[in-house]
Write a protein of this length. Structure first.
Length: 89
C-alpha cells in the first residue's frame, strides 16, 4: 500500500446528502447514498496537486500551470486560485 493510500485510509469524508462524517467507503453508512465520486474527486485532487508540485520542483512551469489551472477549475477555492496565480508568475 502506498504512502498516499495509507494516509487516505485515515481520512474521513462528509456525505453530501446527509452530512454524516465517516470513513471513506462506497456508500454512506447512514443514508446509503453512493459516495464513490467523492473518493474519485479526492484522488484527482491529490494527483493534480502532486503533479503541480513535482513540476515546480523540476522547472516544468507549463505543466505546473496546467495542473494548477485544473485544480482551480474543479475547486474554485481561494487556495487553488492563489496557487494558480502563484504558478503563473
Ligand atoms: Zn449520507
Amino acid at each position: 500500500m502506498s504512502e498516499w493510500q495509507n494516509s487516505f485510509q485515515r481520512l474521513e469524508c462528509r456525505c453530501p446528502v446527509c452530512g454524516t462524517v465517516q470513513e471513506w467507503q462506497d456508500e454512506c453508512e447512514r443514508c446509503h447514498a453512493d459516495i464513490r465520486i467523492l473518493r474519485r474527486l479526492a484522488d484527482e485532487t491529490y494527483l493534480l496537486q502532486r503533479r503541480c508540485f513535482e513540476a515546480l520542483t523540476t522547472g516544468e512551469h507549463f505543466r505546473a500551470e496546467q495542473a494548477a489551472e485544473q485544480l482551480a477549475q474543479i475547486f474554485p477555492t481561494p487556495l487553488y486560485e492563489m496557487l494558480s496565480r502563484f504558478v503563473r508568475r
